[in-house]
Design a protein around this ligand. Structure first.
Ligand code: PLP
Length: 381
């Protein structure tokens, strides 16, 4: 049997007719940039995320960069985030000449540890502290960060909060949707995301009309009215074809996410039934969270050997992420060293993403769990 990490072809088969019709309409209209579909999607995403505004942009990366630009982050400023995330989170900070300041993660959710945030802030010198501008909590794998503490501390130190919700559309924390709790939410429509386009795309959410307007202006080179530039912006427009596809997919998102959650529960039971739950650490889901499982992450010893074994057995896996950001070559100048963020460093060595997508079957999941049981080995089904 073959079980790929993700199978987008199955999803496409279910919506193909509708998608092709909508793409054809865009082609007939010949309006490709910031048209009716983008406006419609912005309204619908704001509704889905429970925010007042949403602004379509060219990628999830720009959905982080543009809010940072909107609040005026520039050279020498400092922005706090996690070292255990996709590169774009810290890359966006660095692209503005600002300095990423890292805070280690929780060992079970892999999200930034709110209890370590204030300690890191207090360790900054007075001049460094005066340059702290924002915090970017990343809701990793589909589960929200413990936002109450983050919001409380951010308020105390007057830091803006940009939620990196690239992997987490539709997730909830204490009944609040990802992207609605901070000053901004940043979403990615990269194809492997729970709401994925047919290419790149992203969205910024906010409850501030002023900030929504600023991001709208910045995404068109800072021009308003056209050809008059009060600020220097970038070209970061969401295109109509992407928006048309995403509007169709959005109608299915809740059901797809329910399937992902059901798949995660099935894995949980299968791992327990086979006697692997002591050897394999399963994803921790906080009671008050709706975890939408963009990724199903296990933590194991001998991770790389297990991965090789599963690859040979036809099972797709991935490592998110093998090198924590404080140890990336491009951030050497920041002065971090091995051992600075031990929880992230250990996670980078031990975590493995297993196949999870809405159409994944019980039979396929049994195959995955049985192969892991063969590797360690324990009882099989
Ligand atoms: C946590 C996180 N942040 C940011 C991004 C960047 O999104 P994009 O690839 O759409 O630029 C991604 C997605 O790849 C991500 O997973």
């Amino acid at each position: 049997m073959k079980v790929s990490l993700l199978n987008l072809k199955l999803q496409y088969q279910g919506i193909k007719k509708e998608v092709l019709q909508e793409i054809e309409k865009v082609c007939e209209n010949q309006t490709f940039i910031l048209g009716e579909n983008v406006k419609g999607l912005e309204k619908e995403i704001a509704g889905y995320c429970n925010t007042k505004y949403a602004v379509g942009v060219a990628s999830g990366t720009d959905a982080i960069l543009l809010p940072l630009m909107a609040i005026g982050v520039g050279p020498g400023d400092r922005v706090i985030t996690t070292p255990y995330t996709f590169f774009a989170t810290a890359g966006s900070i660095a692209r503005l000449g600002a300095i990423p300041v890292f805070v280690d993660i929780e060992p079970d959710t892999y999200n930034i540890d709110p209890d370590k945030l204030e300690h890191v802030i207090k360790k900054q010198s007075t001049s460094q502290r005066s340059r702290l501008k924002a915090v970017i909590p990343v809701h990793l794998y589909g589960q929200c960060v413990e936002m109450e503490t983050i919001l409380k501390i951010s308020k105390r130190y007057k830091l803006a909060v940009i939620e990196d919700a690239a992997q987490t559309i539709g997730a909830e924390h204490n009944g609040k949707r990802a992207g609605s709790m901070g000053d901004f939410g940043s979403f990615s429509f990269y194809p492997s995301k729970n709401l994925g386009g047919f290419g790149d795309g992203g969205m910024v959410t906010t409850n501030s009309g002023k900030m929504a307007e600023k991001v709208r202006v910045l995404r068109v080179h800072g021009s308003k009215p056209k050809y008059y530039h009060k600020f220097v912006g970038i070209n970061s427009r969401l295109d109509e074809i992407q928006a048309a596809v995403l509007r169709i997919k959005l109608k299915h998102l809740q059901a797809w996410e329910n399937n992902r959650m059901a798949g995660a529960q099935r894995y949980h039971k299968l791992f327990q039934d086979v006697g692997l739950s002591d050897i394999v650490s399963l994803p921790a889901v906080r009671l008050y969270n709706r975890h939408v499982f963009n990724q199903y992450i296990i933590r194991v010893k001998k991770r790389d050997n297990l991965r090789d074994y599963l690859t040979k057995e036809g099972i797709g896996t991935e490592i998110y992420y093998p090198v924590p950001l404080h140890l990336q070559q491009c951030f050497k100048h920041l002065g971090y060293k091995k051992g600075d963020f031990p929880v992230s460093e250990r996670a980078a060595k031990e975590t493995l993403a297993l196949p999870i997508y809405p159409e994944l079957t019980l039979e396929e999941q049994e195959y995955v769990v049985n192969k892991i049981a063969e590797f360690y080995p324990v009882r099989k089904f």
